[in-house]
Ligand binder design. Structure first.
Ligand SMILES: [Zn+2]
Length: 257
């Protein structure tokens, strides 16, 4: 064993699926050498649960943001609350936030998503914390908006092309790969995994969603991030310790500086 284990840069520990069996979930992290987990909160209720978890387990870091399709949460009151909690030192990133056109085809509502996205980047800029970007079927608008807003952060569960990754890295973003990189037919994430510079790479589970092979079909959990990591080691033909060290350095520089 090297100095570092694995880390999961994006999990939803406050989600009932994981929260209801959290002791087992965290024990599985021990067993599988997962020594850092960034948990993403999408409501203030989830945030309260995450603060509780962090008290019990120092491996847990916290991010908070408003998800693009949770339109009922895009209230003035919530933006105000987010602006307040963004200052809290326990929160290391703002998000996830972004654009999701897979579920949204209405151009007016797409515009509304962009506004919500921009407002949250503004909040992140004020406190100088990175943003966690969710982007689905919205490559061009995401790129244009990130360029315009001129900030930095992570593109989580990256699903676009190698060329796009290169451009988004130039804007100041790190690429985080999730379970799909292990899927047999997922050619693009595999190509991206090989192409991304080592200092711009993170790994994640997005649990309880997107379970990697060989557990596909089951509920996902942070311990399974090792399968994502091991798969990327094979693709890049590098040893585990080297990848573990790189993702920890990238993570520390972004979130724990
Ligand atoms: Zn997520």
């Amino acid at each position: 064993m090297g100095k570092y284990g694995w880390l999961d840069s994006h999990a939803h520990l406050s989600d009932d699926t994981l929260f209801d069996r959290i002791d087992e979930v965290l024990t599985n992290c021990d067993i599988n050498h997962v020594d850092r987990i960034l948990t993403i909160c999408l409501t203030f209720e989830e945030l309260g649960k995450a603060f509780m978890l962090q008290e019990k387990d120092a491996r847990i870091d916290i991010a908070m943001g408003l998800f693009p399709t949770d339109t009922h949460l895009h209230t003035e009151e919530n933006f105000k609350k987010l602006e307040e909690v963004a200052k809290d030192p326990r929160i290391v990133a703002i998000g996830e936030m972004g654009l999701d056109y897979y579920w949204e085809k209405d151009p007016i509502k797409k515009e509304a998503q962009k506004e919500v996205f921009k407002r949250q980047i503004e909040i992140a800029k004020k406190v100088n914390k990175p943003v966690l970007v969710h982007s689905r079927d919205a490559a061009k608008d995401t790129y244009d908006l990130l360029k315009e807003m001129n900030h930095y952060g992570v593109m989580h569960c990256y699903s676009y092309s190698v060329e796009y990754a290169r451009e988004i890295i130039k804007l100041g973003y790190t690429i985080s790969l999730a379970g799909p990189v292990t899927f047999k037919n997922a050619k693009e994430p595999k190509a991206v995994a090989k192409d991304v510079p080592l200092d711009k790479l993170l790994i994640e589970t997005d649990s309880p969603y997107l379970t990697p092979e060989p557990h596909r079909g089951e509920k996902n959990e942070p311990a399974y991030v090792k399968h994502v990591g091991e798969y990327i080691c094979e693709l890049r033909d590098m040893n585990q310790e080297e990848l573990q060290q790189a993702i920890h350095e990238n993570y520390n520089q972004l979130f724990l500086k």
